[in-house]
Design a protein around this ligand. Structure first.
Ligand SMILES: Cc1ncc(COP(=O)(O)O)c(C=O)c1O
Length: 447
């Protein structure tokens, strides 16, 4: 049954898709409206059902329509931007394991670093236009870190955190509507970022060692970019090892010019080594970002991007044309914090603590018969049958975790649990709670 009056036209998949897209743009077709069935439209236009199915597939990939088969194909509703990243509010008295935040008690006291940055001001005043740019010392510091991990660092840009760097690298080469291969599940901030840049995610399944090479290969011809997280994957904690990195590089070698952007946001608190595409000398367009959010605190908004020469030049150009630069006050604060002799010990302590908390929880779950893989980072993914009910059940027991909807595309439902602040005693109680709210053989998939 047609709910819409708009006459779709075209004789090929591309024309038909364009006709629907034009109708959506002009609002002749509104959010939620149902498109004709493939069969009905094929008959109406005198084309094969395969042609219409292809047109609908293109529209789905571009995020303009949803659904297929019996449920019908509908125009996608307007979603408010950035809804995924906004963690739900947590009531007082409920233990918040939903935020994805680092443990504040493991962050350094920034007051000495802020004082050092203040001391660099000219009589307490901020620099003027034309007087500020990237700090050479900070660039050198990040370059040293990248090179220590065998990542080239000849072309670096100081950016406003990992997400800023990723967005700038993607938009340096991609255009609205382009498709980007992402991990599935994927960090919700990346999905929001793609939305914000009018780019479309194509899911690539992951296991504990990150993106699956055969799944990447399936979408390789259709994407204009790839975003991947070499370690501390959010939400699963996956980390690439050398073998997986090489297998992914072998697939990517089929398209040496394809842009690959890597998110090494957690480098300074990582307890596993880096294995990244950026370590290869054979890629044409690449970028890798690092951030100070996890080790020093998210509000600093400072990170660094290392990239091939063209990508770095374009990122710098657009940065200069938009935000201009990352405040030197922040850069000097970061430089002072990173240069503090006490920081090495503090970071080592943070790394160990996060790893201990994560592994204690994984072990506690396992003792309760729930087996989860998680080798790095501060988040863990727990597959469940019904994520809304599972999250609600845990909430009534005093635990706030995130339903997986914000993170997944084709992955079956799950919960994201932030382990950053979870003490071993709590780990045991939460694991028991999870096992307790598990309806007989239904709530959890433990495969
Ligand atoms: C995988 C991943 N990338 C990026 C970020 C955000 O980094 P930044 O604050 O530097 O933009 C996060 C934050 O949790 C993350 O988990």
């Amino acid at each position: 049954m047609l709910e819409q009056n708009y006459q779709i036209s075209g004789s090929g998949a591309k024309d038909i898709a364009s006709s629907v897209e034009a109708a959506i743009a002009s609002r002749a077709l509104g959010p939620g409206e149902r498109l004709p069935s493939v069969r009905a439209l094929a008959a109406q236009l005198g084309v094969s059902t395969a042609t219409v199915a292809d047109a609908y597939r293109r529209l789905r990939e571009r995020g303009l329509v949803t659904g297929s088969g019996r449920g019908g194909t509908r125009v996608r509703g307007q979603r408010p931007r950035s809804w995924r990243r906004t963690a739900p509010e947590v009531a007082e008295g409920v233990r918040n394991l939903a935020s994805g935040n680092p443990d504040p008690s493991l962050l350094p006291d920034l007051r000495p670093a802020l004082a050092a940055a203040a001391a660099q001001l000219d009589e307490g005043r901020a620099r003027l236009y034309g007087q500020a740019e990237s700090s050479g010392q900070l660039l050198a510091r990040f370059a040293q870190g990248f090179r220590a991990d065998s990542v080239p660092a000849d072309d670096l840009v100081i950016v406003g955190g990992a997400l800023d760097g990723i967005a700038r690298a993607l938009t340096a080469h991609l255009r609205p509507g382009d498709l980007v291969a992402v991990e599935d599940p994927c960090y919700c901030g990346i999905l929001d970022l793609l939305d914000g840049c009018d780019l479309r995610p194509l899911p690539v399944a992951v296991d504990r060692r990150g993106m699956l090479p055969n799944r990447l290969e399936r979408v390789l011809d259709r994407v204009q970019g790839v975003v991947l997280t070499p370690r501390l994957h959010n939400p699963t904690g996956a980390a690439l090892d050398a073998e997986r990195r090489d297998a992914l590089l072998a697939i990517l070698a089929l398209r040496p010019e394809l842009l690959v952007v890597e998110d090494d946001h957690g480098s300074l608190i990582a307890d596993v080594p880096l294995h990244a595409m950026a370590q290869s000398r054979n890629r044409g367009r690449w970028a890798i970002v690092r951030s100070t959010s996890k080790p020093l605190g998210p509000d600093l908004r400072v990170g660094a991007l290392s990239a091939d020469r063209l990508t770095a030049a374009r990122v710098l150009e657009t940065q200069q044309a938009t935000a201009g630069w990352v405040s030197l006050m922040l850069q000097h604060t970061v430089l002072a914090a990173l240069g503090d002799p006490g920081l090495v010990g503090l970071l080592a302590h943070a790394r160990d603590t996060y790893a201990r908390r994560r592994t204690a929880f994984v072990a506690a779950l396992s003792e309760h018969g729930v087996h989860v893989d998680c080798d790095s980072g501060i988040n863990l993914w727990l597959p469940v049958e019904d994520e809304t009910t599972a999250a609600q059940n845990l909430l009534t027991r005093g635990w706030a975790v995130r339903s997986g909807t914000a993170f997944r595309l084709e992955t079956p439902p799950g919960l994201r649990i932030t382990t950053a602040t979870l003490s071993p005693g709590e780990a045991e109680a939460l694991a028991a709670g999870i096992a307790g709210v598990r309806p007989p053989a239904r709530m959890l998939r433990t495969a």
